[in-house]
Structures are given as C-alpha cells and as structure tokens.
Design a protein around this ligand. Structure first.
Ligand code: SF4
Length: 249
C-alpha cells in the first residue's frame, strides 16, 4: 500500500542542502517554532499536497543527469521530515534502486528512543546516505526560547547517530545576541567533540528572508532588529564549534 507524503513544495536544483546539485522535497509539518524560521508556512501538520513516492521519484529522474554530474542527489527537508518516516522510507528505497544519493535535513524535533520510533528510524537510516542535523542552541532553556521546545532529545539524536556511525553534517544558524556568545559556542564545540560521525560543520548566517512569510501568515516576527552576523563572526563561530572535533570538519 502506498504511503503518501504531505508535501509543501519541491525545488529541482538546490545547491545548499547537501553535496552537489539536489532535488529538494520540503515536507509539511513541524513541531518546532524557530524564531528565525523562513519556512513558517510548513508548520501545520497534515496539510500540504498529498504526493506518492512514485510520482516524486518520476520527477526526480528528470534531474538525475545533473545530480550524477555534480555528485548530488535528493534531500528531504521541511518542515520536519522525521514526522513522515514511512513515506521517506518508500521514497528513499526508490532512490537507492536508481543509485541516487539520499539526504535528510532534520532538526530532530520529534526524535525519541521509544521502540516504535527507533524501529522506523533505523529502517530509514538503511536507505539514508547523509543527515544534515540542525542544532539550534546548545542551552536547553535558550533552545525553548528560540524554538518553543527543549533540546535534550535533539542532542540525544546526535548521540544516537554517532553511536550508529551515520554520516552527519551539523548545521547551526548563527543568530547574533541569541546563540553567538562564546559561552554557548564553547559548550556546543565541546558537545560536538564527543561525537564520532561528524563529516562537516556548516554555520548558516542568520538572515531575514522569511520575515515576509511571518507577516503574510499574520505572525509578529520575534527577531526584528537583529542583523546578520559578519564574516568574522561566522569564521569565529566555525573555529569554536570545530576545535574539539576528532577529525577535521
Ligand atoms: S525546525 Fe525548520 S521548519 Fe521547523 S520551525 Fe525550525 S526552521 Fe522552521
């Protein structure tokens, strides 16, 4: 029986969500409410367009030559992809049958060690080449303020993936005055230093590109007035986050 996905949109030639040129599937639904979210229209669960893995992979195949030439593939992003694991398992099985590299871009906001979740998650990892794991804030209280949820289960997901040896790129949106203080960067660097599977760390400079969506949806934008970090701030954060890592990121 086909498992349909609730899909917000697709992007056919993405270049920032994993290696090479990528077909990006943005899933609908998220448990977090990040103050800088530029996809606030993906939040509501159970909405979006219902699409089957088969129809998506048929579209993906049109772009396979670009993926192959660039070392790219497919990335499922969101929203929060892990809210729709059975759908992604089916999609990724079809991708692997076609030799397509698979990536998930997740904030792990719904990760849990319940047997039910792990059974699905472990099956998904069999068909997943790479996970882009977004860590929003290392301090749980600040994480609640920034996203509406604590971070213990998200850090636990990072540990779980490390124990399984799953390749991961860490992504961290750097927001001046919110998570760019040395105290937090140091703690996050120490945490990343305990992991064995991090292939890359990406600092994503905060930007205000999503403001118009908040306004369109009738929400008050909470980070109004905060500017993007400078190149020097980004470089500094990168050094802090990678200084304890076991292999160069
Ligand atoms: S996890 Fe992603 S989609 Fe969800 S609120 Fe945060 S930035 Fe937006």
């Amino acid at each position: 029986m086909t498992t349909y996905g609730n899909i917000h949109s697709v992007e056919t030639c993405g270049t920032v969500d994993g290696p090479g040129i990528r077909y990006i599937v943005f899933t609908q639904g998220c448990l977090l409410r990040c103050q800088y979210c530029h996809n606030a229209d993906t939040w509501s669960i159970g909405t979006g367009k219902q699409m089957s893995p088969e129809e998506i992979v048929k579209d993906i195949e049109l772009y396979k030559p670009f993926m192959d030439a660039s070392g790219g593939g497919v990335t499922v992003s969101g929203g929060e992809p892990l809210l729709q694991i059975p759908f992604i398992i089916e999609l990724f099985k079809l991708c692997k049958e076609r030799g397509i590299h698979t990536t998930i871009d997740s904030s792990a906001g719904c990760f849990s060690r319940s047997p039910e979740f792990l059974e699905q998650f472990d099956e998904l990892l069999e068909y997943t080449d790479l996970i882009l794991l977004d860590i929003k804030h290392i301090d749980s209280k600040r994480h609640i303020k920034l996203t509406g949820k604590p971070n213990e289960h998200i850090l636990d997901c990072a540990r779980y993936l490390s124990d399984k040896g799953q390749p991961v790129w860490i992504r961290h949106v750097l927001v001046p005055t919110v998570n760019d203080q040395d105290e937090y960067l140091e703690r996050m660097g120490q945490f990343l230093g305990t992991l064995n599977n991090i292939e890359k760390v990406e600092i994503l400079p905060y930007h205000q590109l999503g403001v118009y969506k908040w306004e369109t949806l009738g929400y008050k934008y909470p980070l109004a007035g905060i500017q993007s970090p400078s190149d020097e701030q980004v470089e500094h954060a990168y050094k802090m986050l990678t200084k304890y890592m076991k292999k160069p990121a």
